[in-house]
Design a binder for this molecule. Structure first.
Ligand SMILES: NC(=O)c1ccc[n+]([C@@H]2O[C@H](COP(=O)([O-])OP(=O)(O)OC[C@H]3O[C@@H](n4cnc5c(N)ncnc54)[C@H](OP(=O)(O)O)[C@@H]3O)[C@@H](O)[C@H]2O)c1
Length: 301
């Protein structure tokens, strides 16, 4: 199977992953057109159909999603509209126009009760609205279009948007002491690394080396940690920028109630994507250092 990489369409251009895809595509000699929500609202099915027909991309990467995990509990209609119904529309149109669809999903499709890392075909059992809406989107996509890839990732951060790393940097300037949850295990993953993985997959697809590429894959950085472990490393690092560092107390999730429950273990086994596509994976610490450097150097200039 050979796919021309001259025209790859990315949705969700202003999101963490969407921005990194647009920024990094040149490094892979891939011509990306990236559309923000303003340019294409994926819940508007007629617009989706006409844009896909007009642009006729060789591959569609859907990085658009409703990602506010806690807000989803009180906004389930919007979450399902974007993460399930709009994905169904995308899948139908991609199937109609024969456009392979690469779609991002989440570790939160699992309930966190497994002791080891989750495999792609482990049973899903989301425990919150966001996870349920993403899982429903996955199910539609599998039913509708054979030429799909669902790539689940976890704990995404970057220099933009709402994410744990940016929250910690802000709190470091506001607080002397912080309580951080230490009983949820997962893998922080830099959006830039996800973009590199997706682009390297697109590049490989264009080489036509892969016969059975479609299906579900897991991609995260390496080395599971906890939110507290992530916070500790962030604060260790920002000492190098002469910033004051708060004292961190580890607490159980039960002492930090949030509207949405989160899985205690959402570590994803990424052997399959490494085996099939040989994608680069590195420790989350390396991505974290890059993003902190980017943010704090910008600030000091
Ligand atoms: N963030 C995480 O920790 C995390 C963890 C695991 C998996 N994931 C998955 O990874 C993917 C990318 O996540 P991310 O962190 O890059 O998300 P993000 O930063 O929240 O970006 C999502 C983008 O989707 C756009 N969007 C929302 N509704 C839309 C609509 N109706 N039409 C078009 N665009 C719409 C948003 O537009 P606006 O900018 O206008 O709001 C935003 O730019 C998602 O599928 C997410 O479920 C994320």
């Amino acid at each position: 199977m050979q796919i021309d990489n001259s025209n790859i369409l990315v949705l969700g251009a202003n999101g963490q992953v969407g921005r990194e895809l647009a920024k990094r595509a040149d490094n892979f000699n891939i011509n990306v057109k990236a559309l923000s929500r303003l340019e294409l609202d994926i819940t508007k099915s007629e617009d989706v159909a006409s844009v896909l027909q007009r642009i006729g991309p060789k591959i569609l990467i859907n990085a658009a999603a409703y990602t506010a995990v806690d807000d989803a509990e009180s906004q389930s209609e919007i979450a399902f509209n974007v993460n399930r119904d709009a994905v169904e529309t995308l899948a139908k149109n991609c199937a109609k126009f024969s456009i392979p669809l690469i779609h991002l999903s989440t570790d939160y499709v699992f309930d966190g009760k497994k002791s080891g890392a989750y495999l792609e075909d482990d049973p899903v059992c989301p425990i919150g609205v966001y996870g349920r809406s993403k899982e429903a989107g996955e199910a539609h996509l599998r039913d509708i279009i054979d030429e799909h890839m669902i790539i689940r990732t976890s704990w995404v951060y970057s220099a933009h948007g709402n994410n744990f790393l940016r929250t910690m940097l802000r709190l470091a300037t506001e607080r002397d002491e912080l309580n951080i949850v230490e009983d949820q295990k997962g893998v922080p993953t830099f959006a830039g690394d996800i973009a590199d993985a997706l682009l390297s997959i697109v590049q490989r697809l264009t080489l036509g080396k892969h016969e059975k590429v479609w299906g579900t894959f897991h991609y995260t950085a390496k080395n599971p940690t906890t939110w507290r472990g992530f916070a500790d490393e962030i604060f260790n690092q920002i000492r190098n920028y002469d910033m004051a560092v708060p004292v961190v107390n580890g607490i159980p999730s039960s002492q930090y109630p949030t509207p949405a429950s989160r899985p205690l273990n959402s570590v994803l086994n990424c052997d399959k994507i490494e085996r099939v596509f040989d994608v680069p994976r590195r420790s989350w610490r390396e991505g974290m250092l890059e993003v902190i450097d980017q943010l704090l150097k910008d600030e000091q200039q």
